[in-house]
Design a protein. Structure first.
Length: 185
């Protein structure tokens, strides 16, 4: 059975984006990005909400030779190879290939997807992840804690959810970013 993995970058005070919706403070350096690439390789399918998909679809059309770092070109190839499922009631059509749109998030459909998938599944974006967390679907959390305090914005985790987690891995990067990998118990 595939695992559902929620991976994301978070400020020290718990946000994925600041009060203005900006996350430019979260751009990974080359060391962190190379590590992310290694984590993303086993992902066969990404689940996104509309806003996260509209951010990530950049990798579909990015001019690989024009990307500034080899780790970015590598990430583009990893992202393009995966299937994507976008949950949106407003998006008329997908902007990229290997992408389908689902109008509603159904936990039973995700359970069936996990049971039948040969590769792990990534879930991106705190709004969609909140639904999966509340439904008890997320198996692992891969968190990149960034040394910045943004003072408010979009929280990484939803309020009102209690989870017991087991620390599986950790790593500190030269930039001060700390990677924390947890498994649900």
């Amino acid at each position: 059975m595939a695992k559902l993995i929620y991976s994301g970058i978070m400020s020290l005070d718990g946000y994925t984006a600041d009060e203005n919706g900006s996350f430019d403070w979260a751009a990974p350096d080359e060391e962190v990005h190379a590590f992310v690439n290694d984590l993303e390789r086993p992902i066969g399918t990404y689940l996104y909400g509309r806003r996260m998909y509209e951010t990530m679809v950049f990798w579909e059309t990015a001019d690989v030779p024009a990307l500034s770092r080899p780790v970015e070109s590598e990430y583009a190839a990893i992202w393009r190879a995966a299937e994507k499922v976008v949950y949106s009631s407003t998006l008329a059509a997908a902007s990229g290939s290997r992408t389908r749109i689902e109008r509603t998030f159904d936990p039973e459909t995700i359970r069936a997807l996990k049971a039948g998938a040969q590769r792990d599944i990534g879930i991106g974006g705190p709004t969609l992840a909140a639904s999966a967390i509340a439904a008890g679907l997320v198996d692992e959390f891969q968190l990149f804690l960034t040394p910045v305090v943004v003072g408010g914005g979009t929280p990484y985790l939803p309020p009102g959810v209690h989870l017991d987690l087991e620390l599986v891995d950790e790593r500190r990067f030269a930039s001060g970013v700390v990677y924390l990998h947890y498994r649900t118990q």
